[in-house]
Design a protein. Structure first.
Length: 94
């Protein structure tokens, strides 16, 4: 896989919505570099500093949705995720 260097990485802007519902792609933390490339993973981690390096890819989606709900930009969220979200959310969000 070609390696890219991402200049000025930043969080994607999601469209306004009352409810966030989705099924984010699952890529385990051990497969992220293989699937996405080193440059993308480094850019992702640079932007989402509150998500630990040990997190699966789906948790970046979870964090984005949670930030929108907590900020009042959406009313509720519902994502199909792995049980790793339970451990993550109890440590970081609650």
């Amino acid at each position: 896989m070609p390696q890219w260097r991402y200049l000025n990485p930043r969080a994607a802007v999601w469209p306004k919505a009352d409810f966030i519902v989705g099924n984010p792609p699952f890529i385990g933390k051990l497969k992220m570099r293989e699937a996405l490339g080193d440059g993308y993973v480094e850019a992702l981690r640079q932007v989402w500093v509150r998500v630990p390096d040990s997190a699966d890819f789906v948790l970046y989606w979870w964090q984005k949705a949670a930030d929108l709900v907590l900020g009042g930009y959406a009313q509720r969220m519902g994502l199909i995720t792995t049980n790793s979200c339970l451990l993550y959310t109890s440590m970081i969000i609650v």
